[in-house]
Write a protein that binds this ligand. Structure first.
Ligand SMILES: Cc1cc2nc3c(=O)[nH]c(=O)nc-3n(C[C@H](O)[C@H](O)[C@H](O)COP(=O)(O)OP(=O)(O)OC[C@H]3O[C@@H](n4cnc5c(N)ncnc54)[C@H](O)[C@@H]3O)c2cc1C
Length: 280
């Protein structure tokens, strides 16, 4: 719990939320599902602004993007009929793999992005769909850039929406993870989204968690798979060269060597799943 919180607000407009969050002298943070925030025990936080009254819980199709409100829970993503057809259900699968239903009922997509750990499942999936995040003041960042840019993170934007370009929603996909127990946080996880036409891999996005401080794209393997027929040899070459470029940390959940080995296992499995389901 947060030991020094003495103020709680649930504004009905974003204007009011921003006013509260920008006050000087009272350290104030947004509250989404609270599953990360309330376990941090941060003594510096004095006030909470609950975002649940702002109408940010939705999943809808816009002109160019699939639009997901920042307060949409992971359980809503896991069961959404809209997401069943998005990249073969990738977002629904990644959401379903996260924690337990009790946690998924509270945890939101916005909170997951802002508090992303090394292997946050939904963030790994969003990376391969080339998602962007939109702020309350109308700014838009590619999720990949946000995760890699500490300065952007320190600016403490309030996010209102995650956007997934409609160009990637028709791609094939797979999501694989390894954890001590299925409901535990992943030690390593991998997402693949690719487009296979005319006997060749026309587009491919790969991402992994648990091999760095935040989830990352895997550009070496992407470059090596692009334009190939995705034979076993193509896949093995891409995996072995990518494997040597990551610098995982060792911790009580797994050594760097274990994580590197699991990256290869999961990538092989995920790409193969896409290949087995391919048409064209
Ligand atoms: C027991 C347990 C098991 C878990 N297992 C997994 C797992 O298997 N896989 C996995 O990926 N994750 C797992 N998690 C992590 C979980 O997914 C995150 O705690 C959750 O996604 C955070 O979302 P939230 O809505 O609860 O965020 P909150 O806790 O409300 O907020 C998190 C941070 O984001 C900020 N914030 C929230 N919303 C916004 C916004 N719209 N704009 C700007 N800032 C915002 C808050 O101020 C805070 O700093 C687990 C967590 C727990 C407690």
């Amino acid at each position: 719990m947060l030991p020094n919180v003495s103020e709680y607000y649930k504004p009905a407009t974003m204007q009011e939320a921003l006013r509260l969050l920008r006050r000087r002298g009272v350290p104030t943070v947004p509250l989404a599902g609270g599953t990360h925030l309330l376990t941090r025990r941060d003594p510096g936080v004095q006030a909470l602004v609950d975002l649940s009254g702002l109408g940010l819980n939705y999943i809808r199709q816009g002109a160019d993007n699939l639009e997901i409100g920042a307060m949409t829970t992971l359980q809503s993503l896991a069961t959404s009929p809209v997401l069943t057809d998005v990249a073969g259900g990738l977002l629904a699968t990644a959401a379903h793999c996260t924690a337990t239903r009790t946690i998924r009922n509270m945890a939101t997509i916005g909170g997951s992005v802002v508090s992303s750990g090394p292997a946050t499942d939904i963030v790994v999936a969003l990376l391969v769909l080339d998602a962007s995040i939109r702020t309350a003041t109308g700014k838009r960042f590619r999720l990949h850039d946000y995760l890699q840019n500490g300065r952007l993170q320190r600016q403490r934007h309030v996010f209102v929406e995650v956007q997934v370009p409609l160009t990637t929603v028709t791609w094939r996909s797979a999501f694989c993870r390894v954890a001590r127990l299925p409901s535990d946080e992943a030690i390593v996880n991998v997402a693949v989204a690719l487009r296979y036409e005319n006997g060749l891999c026309q587009d491919v996005h790969l991402a992994a968690g648990g091999v760095g401080t935040v989830p990352v794209r895997l550009p070496v393997a992407e470059g090596l798979l692009l334009g190939t027929p995705l034979t076993q040899a193509d896949i093995e070459r891409a995996i072995s060269l990518q494997q040597n470029t990551v610098e995982p940390l060792s911790d009580i959940h797994g050594s760097a060597e274990y994580r590197r080995a699991m990256l290869a296992v999961l990538l092989r499995r995920a790409v193969q799943q896409c290949v087995d389901g391919r048409q064209g």
